[in-house]
Design a protein around this ligand. Structure first.
Ligand SMILES: NC(=O)c1ccc[n+]([C@@H]2O[C@H](COP(=O)([O-])OP(=O)(O)OC[C@H]3O[C@@H](n4cnc5c(N)ncnc54)[C@H](O)[C@@H]3O)[C@@H](O)[C@H]2O)c1
Length: 264
């Protein structure tokens, strides 16, 4: 039996890519699509393989399409409202939307456990990005200085990126003491030393021509080590999203990060 998938945020850049990936996989089928911007009742599949029912209201969509899994690539507030509704309906969730606060993650875990569903939340579904965080976690033990430069397209709503925050958190957990974050004697232009998280300076670049890129630069006496990842198109996220769709029902509660599904 194929897994029936409802996509929330379906008319967005990621939503459309997810619909295409779900249509292309033999073990998944697209049950429906939801977007607050929807005006039509049908959405042509991006690969022209057929059309999918399109809804503006999630509750109606849930009732009519009876999905096994809902995938959310919308916007943080909308995502939390959708999560509450999906949990009530006992629908498993795969969440890629970023900008969720730590209290949102606590609520998601509670909702998932109370309703006996699995929820995968991954700030980055690209395998290379997950490995970048894994490698940064290893290097964190050996360097006292580290800074992150993350670069994204100019339409990204949040800063810093969820990936940058996950990287900072993972590196901090991997070592005993805080990283050293040297303050300059005189900051002539405010913010030029970046935002600080877990002792790590994070710098966010936003401009057209970029998709999603990150460099983690470690420093110690006489040497630096740079771990760098570039997403050059949105297809790079899809193997991770499809894997999460297939595995989410094996879990009860929140699974945070694709690394947990990959076993690293
Ligand atoms: N986890 C990852 O690997 C990953 C990768 C890329 C983007 N993202 C995140 O995914 C999210 C979407 O990114 P995008 O580039 O597709 O953005 P986008 O602006 O192109 O698409 C968002 C879509 O969601 C819709 N939407 C907004 N609020 C909604 C609501 N309450 N209910 C239903 N639909 C709603 C919008 O109308 C829009 O069509 C962002 O948070 C982004 O940071 C995550």
């Amino acid at each position: 039996m194929s897994i029936r998938v409802l996509v929330n945020g379906a008319l967005g850049k990621m939503g459309l890519e997810v619909i295409k990936a779900v249509c292309n996989d033999t073990q998944t089928e697209i049950a429906g699509a939801v977007d607050i911007k929807a005006t039509d009742k049908l959405l042509l599949c991006p690969d022209q393989s057929g059309s999918v029912q399109l809804f503006v209201d999630l509750e109606t969509a849930m009732g009519k399409t009876k999905p096994h899994v809902m995938v959310d690539f919308s916007q943080a507030d909308g995502c939390m409202a959708a999560t509450r509704m999906a949990a009530q309906q006992k629908v498993n969730l795969v969440i890629g939307t970023t900008g969720l606060a730590s209290h949102d993650l606590v609520e998601i875990d509670q909702l998932a456990k109370e309703n006996g569903i699995g929820v995968v939340v991954a700030p980055n579904f690209a395998l290379g990005a997950v490995l970048m965080i894994h490698l940064a976690r290893i290097a964190a033990k050996y360097f006292d200085y580290v800074e992150i430069i993350e670069k994204h397209h100019e339409q990204k709503l949040d800063a810093p990126s969820g990936t940058a925050m996950s990287t900072a958190r993972a590196m901090r957990e991997a070592r005993e003491g805080l990283f050293k974050h040297p303050q300059v004697h005189k900051e002539i232009l405010s913010g030029t030393r970046g935002g600080e998280m877990e002792g790590v300076a994070v710098h966010s670049v936003r401009m057209p021509g970029l998709l999603a890129h990150q460099e983690v630069i470690f420093g110690t006496s006489g040497q630096t080590l740079t771990i760098k990842h570039d997403s050059i198109n949105r297809e790079c996220f899809m193997p991770g999203v499809i894997m999460a769709i297939k595995k989410v029902s094996e879990h009860k509660g929140l699974v945070y990060g694709l690394d947990k599904l990959l076993g690293i």
